[in-house]
Write a new protein. Structure first.
Length: 451
């Protein structure tokens, strides 16, 4: 790869890219404004807008989306009659979680053991830098041969759908011949991968009430219905004995036919403790890419420290359900809500509220764009063959774009390989992956223009 002019250019740009990513990571751009200042997200959005203007983008704008956040848009015109490619990333990030668990501060990019650490380095501020590197490399080697639209979302991690709604209201804005979603990742470092399937998701808040108020557990416990106990029962009903997800009416026997995930390697990637079993049945790929999975994200109940001997009158939980391609997320939501209500014991009062949703996605891998990307990745990765993999996470915008622009070819690539530990403490990015994927994206744009 090093002898290719585009690769040589990208390699020379990496020090500057590190400095830019350091600036971008410093913004605490979590789109939960109850926890993090709105000004941090606005600062990140302005950084992206300034970067696009510096690259010659036109019509750069901060789009006020219906969920109260901003997406950044810009257009770089191509040669007369050229195709148009949309490049996507998001500048919002997950909260840092337990800051004490970070070896170095989460919002300070720090180099350690050959990787760059910090929240958003891989997911997905690094994706924005990847796009910029690819375009700069092309400019230095004959020019950008396609028209380029860039959209940087401000609330992807919240699942609140602001950009989806905005795109539906302004369908001409993001129209393109091909779309590169820079929010996925290689199967592992050094294995060039496109993600061809994404699970969808739904978020449901469930509340259980049993009493007008908390009661003394000595005086009333044993007969008074415990709302927290009822909630535990209903949450337990969402899993079979082996840990498989069991939502009444939702199928959980689908198979993944593509790239397989070795169980021993998965245990290592997931950092499963010795002696602890994996949950579910079928192959690992079946479980994480082709089947539904439920996760209890949080429970509102008294903390252990300071707890009193009381029978709880009310309790609530936030439940996530990932749904595979072929399953409608709206229908899955109804099934989940019906299950929670049907399995609540003791006649306890139960209410459910949907707080987020995204549809699953499945790509058309027979399109010319995939051939162009396969050739580009082979060069960037020294002859390695491009692999097709699924991803258990959701990018709700993919389905919105697929429905708005059915002719568009959608590819998912990115920096979130297993070592990146996105959404966890000590998130990091491999600068080598950033370099190779920027080369691949640049060569893809050149190949696609010529195709």
């Amino acid at each position: 790869m090093s002898s290719h002019p585009v690769a040589e250019t990208v390699a020379s740009l990496i020090p500057g890219a590190k400095a830019e990513l350091t600036e971008l990571v410093a913004f605490k751009s979590v789109a939960d404004f109850d926890q993090f200042p709105r000004s941090e997200s606005e600062g990140a959005a302005n950084w992206v807008a300034d970067a696009l203007r510096a690259e010659g983008f036109q019509d750069v704008a901060l789009l006020d989306t219906p969920d109260g956040t901003q997406s950044v848009y810009g257009f770089l015109p191509g040669p007369e009659g050229a195709k148009t490619v949309l490049l996507y990333a998001h500048y919002d990030v997950q909260p840092p979680l337990d800051e004490a668990g970070w070896v170095t501060p989460p919002f300070e990019l720090t180099e350690r053991d050959g990787r760059w650490y910090g929240r958003g380095t891989a997911d997905c501020k690094g994706g924005l830098v990847m796009h910029l590197l690819a375009l700069r490399a092309l400019k230095a080697n004959g020019g950008v041969p396609v028209g380029v639209k860039v959209i940087a979302e401000g609330s992807e991690e919240q699942g609140t759908g602001g950009l989806e709604r905005y795109a539906e209201e302004h369908p001409e804005l993001l129209d393109a011949d091909a779309i590169v979603i820079g929010d996925s990742g290689n199967f592992r470092v050094g294995v060039p991968t496109v993600t061809t399937a994404l699970r969808g998701m739904t978020l449901v808040r469930v509340r259980v009430d049993t009493l007008e108020g908390n009661l003394h557990s000595g005086q009333f416990g044993g007969a008074a219905p415990d709302a927290l106990g009822a909630l535990i029962r209903v949450l337990d009903s969402l899993r079979a004995e082996d840990g498989s997800t069991t939502v009444d009416g939702l199928t959980s026997a689908s198979r993944w036919d593509g790239l397989q995930y070795d169980e021993t390697q998965f245990r290592k990637d997931a950092k499963v403790l010795d002696g602890v079993e994996l949950i579910g049945s079928g192959t690992v790929a079946d479980r994480i890419w082709a089947r539904p999975s439920v996760t209890v994200l949080g429970i509102d109940c008294p903390p252990v420290v300071g707890a009193t001997p009381s029978v709880q009158a009310g309790a609530r939980a936030l439940v996530s359900l990932r749904v595979p391609p072929g399953v409608d997320a709206a229908e899955a939501t109804k099934l989940l809500q019906a299950h929670l209500e049907a399995h609540t014991p003791w006649g306890a009062r139960v209410s459910t509220e949907q707080t987020g949703q995204g549809q699953a996605f499945s790509a058309d891998t027979t399109s010319p764009a995939y051939a162009a990307m396969a050739e580009a990745m082979s060069v960037a990765y020294d002859g390695a063959e491009m692999q097709y993999a699924g991803q258990g996470g959701s990018i709700p915008l993919c389905n919105t774009l697929a429905s708005l622009y059915p002719q568009a070819e959608i590819l998912l690539i990115g920096l979130s390989e297993p070592e990146a530990q996105i959404h966890a403490v000590n998130e990091s990015v491999s600068p080598g992956e950033l370099e190779r994927l920027a080369v691949a994206e640049a060569l893809f744009l050149r190949n696609y223009a010529a195709g």
